[in-house]
Design a protein around this ligand. Structure first.
Ligand code: TTP
Ligand code: MG
Length: 582
């Protein structure tokens, strides 16, 4: 899961998918890349592809306005639940969407995201990979770069071009061959290029990357040349990059902090750096001033952390104030379906189950978010709790709270699963490894059968059937509406939950054929197995010839062809098996 870097000259990648939701929909619906496409949620656009952006369409535009501006725009509605099984995303006039009866569901984006992160991890197991949001990851590839440097036995690179990396160097000019940091960044760029190439080859998504010495710079860089490009930040370019950088492009400077700095007359990082120190200390205190000044100078020591499993899962819906038992029960059932499906997918992938179920509710528009929790119903062996059991318990909790008074009318309901525990080792092997082996994928039938089997012993937990009052607005996330997809999409925070769509496919691989899913998972499995038997080896300088061949597709990442030429077939290629052509 990533080695500790031996060098303090870190090399960090930030990879961000291009117009992510649009790509997912275009792939699913077979819409050519060059067509203008937007993803709508109710009447607003939440994602816009690059062809549509060229026609002046922007995120948050109303659908009617966008269609007026670009009559050929294809709008795909996000999947919705609660509409009697109708599929939410279609080309052409979408079926009528009624936000009072349906809820948005982001499951297909979550699944695509999961497939991408699994692929990246499998390709570069020596890297530390952190999922930062639904469509972005940080990768600390320092250990791979170190290994690459070692494998060259101190022989200086003839030319950085020998890495045949693809991308744009900030500050212009080539990377400096005799500068150690530049050489390391060149290796990082080469790794980024290969990872992007593999994401395209295997999953048909383009992405952009930033390559730098820290997370802050890598993220700024990945957004600079989109789509489908990568940008390298050598140390010499940092000062001029930061000087005119709008604060809203700097992570954590967009919200309240950005506003406060705006009041001090600053809109760029350079302007903040030029403020009198005392003025900053007055406004933010000494410690905060220090971290602000570090950030606006492009310095950051924040480490890349492995975050691969959400800590909790949440399904939520906001609506007009209601006290209707029938209406509330209907939402509880829909939310329970959604949560149960996500728990089942998570179990397949991570072999874990949640200990507790939480019901969140809001009273009136102004009422705060409150919640109650209880132990999750007992799960069947080799499975997770089914929706009816979740709905029953959630209803029980909610109506008990109602009995106590003060809840109705309510304007928002959510249910979440949290406090996950790993299942016993034997069960893990069954759930994950069994799936990974070719020909062993469970069918829906057998999975369903397993869910009806007798109950398995639970690990120690809190006493059952006790309903516990939680803090208001648990985890903050619970206060968000299901429409706030992006904000809630952080990997380790509660997310708005997805639907049960695609449960016939392996979780995380929606849109990829079952055979491909199995092959990718099998590769991951074999890779882990090899890792256990042999010490990790370099990956940076290696790419298989078949990989080079497989890049001959439309939209391939820049540098891929040159990279293919630079392939050194004789080298040890731990990751090469994943680069072979589909
Ligand atoms: P972004 O990475 O911000 O945007 P993007 O991938 O669509 O485009 P880009 O090429 O500029 O990276 O967000 C990822 C997805 O998250 C996006 O496709 C849709 C969703 N999203 C929202 O639903 N609401 C939002 O406000 C934002 C910013 C994103
Ligand atoms: Mg993106």
């Amino acid at each position: 899961m990533g080695s500790v870097p031996e060098s303090n000259l870190r090399v960090i990648l930030h990879i961000d998918l291009d117009c992510f939701y649009c790509q997912v929909e275009q792939k699913r619906l077979g819409i050519p890349r060059e067509k203008p496409v937007a993803v709508q949620q109710w009447e607003g656009l939440i994602a816009v592809n690059y062809a549509a952006r060229a026609a002046g369409i922007t995120r948050h535009m109303r659908v009617a306005e966008a269609r007026q501006k670009c009559p050929e725009l294809i709008c795909c509605h996000v999947q919705t639940l609660g509409d009697s099984g109708q599929d939410g995303g279609t080309v052409g006039p979408p079926p009528a969407k009624d936000r009072t009866m349906q809820k948005a569901c982001l499951e297909r984006y979550r699944q695509a995201s999961q497939a991408i992160i699994l692929l990246l991890r499998s390709l570069a197991p020596q890297a530390v990979t952190e999922k930062a949001s639904i469509d972005e990851v940080y990768m600390d590839v320092t250990a791979i770069v170190d290994a690459e440097m070692r494998s060259r036995n101190g022989v200086p690179l003839q030319s950085v071009d020998s890495f045949a990396w693809g991308g744009i160097v900030l500050g212009g000019g080539p990377l400096a061959v005799h500068n150690e940091f530049d050489r390391r960044l060149a290796v990082g760029a080469c790794i980024a290029c290969r990872l992007r190439g593999a994401v395209f080859d295997k999953l048909d998504f383009t992405c952009s990357a930033g390559v730098a010495g820290n997370k802050l710079l890598a993220k700024v860089a990945s957004a600079m040349n989109k789509p489908n490009q990568q940008t390298v930040v050598p140390p010499r370019a940092v000062a001029s990059l930061m000087k005119d950088l709008p604060l809203k492009k700097l992570r954590n400077f967009g919200g309240k902090l950005g506003e406060q700095l705006g009041v001090l007359g600053c809109t760029t990082a350079g302007e903040v750096a030029a403020l009198p120190h005392a003025k900053l200390v007055d406004a933010f205190g000494a410690a905060r001033t220090h971290s602000i000044l570090e950030a606006v100078a492009g310095r950051s020591t924040e480490s890349v952390e492995v975050k691969d499993k959400p800590q909790s899962m949440l399904a939520c819906k906001s609506f007009e104030p209601t006290s209707s038992k029938e209406g509330i029960t209907r939402w509880i059932n829909i939310l329970a379906e959604e949560l149960a499906s996500r728990m089942a997918g998570d179990y397949e992938l991570h072999a874990r189950r949640p200990r507790n179920l939480v019901v969140h509710y809001r009273c009136g528009f102004k009422g705060g978010e409150r919640s109650r929790s209880a132990p999750m119903p007992r799960a069947p062996p080799k499975g997770t709790v089914l929706a009816p059991a979740i709905a029953e318990l959630a209803g029980l909790i909610f109506w008990k709270v109602v009995e106590a008074g003060g809840v109705l009318p309510t304007t928002r309901l959510a249910i979440s699963a949290r406090d996950f525990y790993d299942t016993p080792h034997s069960e893990q092997e069954d759930s994950i490894m069994h799936f990974m082996m070719p020909g062993n994928g469970r069918t829906d039938d057998s999975a369903g059968h397993a869910q009806h089997a007798p109950s398995a012993p639970r690990p120690p937990s809190k006493p059952r059937n006790t309903i516990k009052q939680d803090h208001a607005a648990v985890d903050g996330q619970a206060a968000r509406d299901d429409s706030q997809a992006h904000a809630c999409a952080d990997a380790n925070a509660e997310e708005p939950a997805g639907s049960g769509e695609g449960r016939g496919a392996l979780s995380g691989f929606e849109g990829v054929s079952v055979e491909s899913q199995r092959r990718i998972l099998r590769d991951i499995h074999l890779e882990r197995d090899r890792q256990n038997r042999h010490p990790p080896v370099t990956a940076a300088g290696s790419v298989s010839n078949s990989s080079a061949a497989s890049h001959g597709k439309r939209g391939r990442p820049p540098g891929a062809a040159a990279e293919a030429k630079a392939a050194k077939p004789g080298k040890q290629m731990r990751i090469s098996s994943l680069f072979v052509k589909k």
